[in-house]
Design a protein around this ligand. Structure first.
Ligand code: ZN
Length: 116
């Protein structure tokens, strides 16, 4: 389950940033998870449940995780239409031009975190 290592990297990164801002306890983390990021929200939540209880991640012991799901969007290179692509077929619904460019849905990133 690669969500475990994704979550571990995310928590490690936030722990470092929290340390730099002198935050002793992180209250909330919000992750943006794109449809194409190959990470399942349920598996990420499970990984978080396991990891945030570990001693090395003590700064998250009373933290809640929020996940913001992001659908895929593509942009047509010919007419500029933004659309939700069907599977991997990136064909513009307006002018039927294939080869749209994915503009969102690929990211897995920490949107924000809060603490004190
Ligand atoms: Zn088009």
């Amino acid at each position: 389950m690669h969500e475990m290592s994704l979550m571990e990297s995310a928590l490690t990164m936030v722990r470092t940033m929290a340390g730099e801002r002198d935050i002793k306890s992180v209250r909330e983390i919000c992750l943006k998870v794109g449809e194409l990021s190959n990470a399942m929200p349920d598996a990420l939540t499970f990984a978080y449940d396991v990891l945030h209880r570990q001693k090395e991640f003590q700064v998250f012991s009373s933290c809640i995780l929020r996940i913001e799901w992001e659908e895929t969007r593509a942009e047509c290179q010919l007419c500029g239409t933004i659309y939700q692509p069907d599977q991997k077929l990136l064909q513009c619904p307006s002018c039927h031009m294939p080869g749209g460019v994915i503009t969102q849905g690929e990211d897995l990133q920490v949107l924000y975190f809060e603490g004190e």
